[in-house]
Design a protein around this ligand. Structure first.
Ligand SMILES: Cc1cc2nc3c(=O)[nH]c(=O)nc-3n(C[C@H](O)[C@H](O)[C@H](O)COP(=O)(O)O)c2cc1C
Length: 339
């Protein structure tokens, strides 16, 4: 079983669904001595299986696969209808229409079975904690399990269910907050405070990985001093040569036009941090909760905005440290972040 303490670099390449995570990026992070990750979210099990094969062809070093844990939807039909209406004009500008919501658990069962069968070194979860049956099945298969947590209470649940390790995600993190309760507002307790609280409560044999806003070697050293075995790096890898980040997202991260990030549910119905753009400014206040329905409503608009090269109509996920992101190879970016 993978031991995170034995990684040559105390760095995990964050899984980043929606394009940025690629086999090339996961393999480059692994080859550099960190733990690379594939992001299975939004993909079919067949696509995930293919990506695992491609990554294995590029590296013999350990890497992980990240899964979205499905949660009961909190969407309300009337709110979704109102939001659809609010998005219609915006969609028309891109010659498209809001999408139609449909039930989707992101192929949860099939992906669990795939990971159990192909046994990557690690599997991580976000948006919830799988039951103890699956966590122990992976442990038996020699796959290290990591559960993303955003509060001490979520950490206690994950430990009680048998998580092999925790990814403690603080409020500065780019992309979706991994909050278990889809209706809850994400907390604002700092990563440092969360780490202190969770490290004190979790058994010493459960390693903790810290995530969120870690954009310098000093920041990585700080979380290590608080007991984290590694830092999970997302935003800093978005401009990596091997990342699949689209051109609109890449340009926005480097543009002086974008000066701040905020947490919004306007794009997906779940809270996530990204660069503040016009879509966020227009829709943040009236966007309802409800993943995956809201994500499905906005999907055609986001895709059309990217095709049109418009950074104001799509999600531009980024953590608070986005200004430190630099283009380069994944190995060079990780070297900069190594304490
Ligand atoms: C573009 C993007 C996509 C993300 N997608 C996922 C994902 O699919 N699964 C996941 O567990 N976390 C995802 N995250 C969150 C990261 O795992 C991590 O918590 C975060 O990037 C750490 O903060 P940082 O971006 O400030 O480094 C994503 C983050 C970004 C920026």
């Amino acid at each position: 079983m993978l031991d995170l303490r034995e990684l040559p670099l105390p760095l995990v390449g964050a899984p980043m669904a929606g394009g940025p995570s690629t086999p090339a990026l996961a393999a480059a992070v692994a080859e550099a001595g960190g733990l690379g990750f594939l992001a299975a979210g939004y993909r079919t099990p067949e696509q995930v299986a293919e990506q695992i094969e491609q990554t294995r062809a590029l590296t013999a070093r350990p890497f992980g696969v990240n899964l979205f844990v499905p949660r009961p939807s909190v969407a309300r039909a009337d709110e979704l209808a109102r939001y659809r209406e609010a998005l219609t004009d915006e969609a028309a500008r891109y010659d498209t229409a809001p999408g139609t919501p449909f039930p989707d658990d992101d192929h949860w069962q099939a992906k669990l079975e795939l990971v159990e069968a192909v046994r990557p070194a690690a599997v991580s979860f976000t948006f919830g904690c799988p039951g103890r049956e699956w966590l122990s099945a992976f442990a038996r298969a020699g796959v290290l399990t990591l559960v993303t947590v955003t509060t001490a209470a979520e950490a206690a649940t994950a430990v009680a269910e048998g998580a092999g390790a925790l990814v403690v995600q603080g409020p500065a993190a780019g992309g979706h907050r991994g909050v278990f309760d889809p209706a809850a507002e994400p907390g604002s307790v700092s990563l440092v405070e969360l780490l202190r609280e969770i490290r004190a409560g979790a058994p010493a044999e459960v390693p903790v990985v810290a995530a969120g806003g870690l954009d310098t070697a000093e920041a990585v050293a700080r979380v290590r001093a608080l007991g984290a075995v590694a830092a999970q790096i997302g935003t800093a890898l978005l401009l990596a040569e091997q990342a699949g980040t689209n051109a609109v997202h890449r340009a926005a991260l480097r543009s002086p036009e974008f000066t701040e990030t905020a947490v919004t549910r306007a794009f997906s119905g779940r809270y996530a941090r990204g660069l503040v753009n016009d879509f966020m400014r227009r829709h943040d206040r009236h966007a309802p909760a409800g993943y995956p329905e809201v994500n499905q409503l906005t999907s055609p608009l986001r895709a059309a905005a990217v095709r049109a090269g418009d950074p104001h109509g799509t999600s531009l996920w980024a953590g608070t440290g986005f200004r430190s992101a630099r283009p380069g190879t994944a190995a060079a970016i990780l070297a900069e972040l190594t304490p």
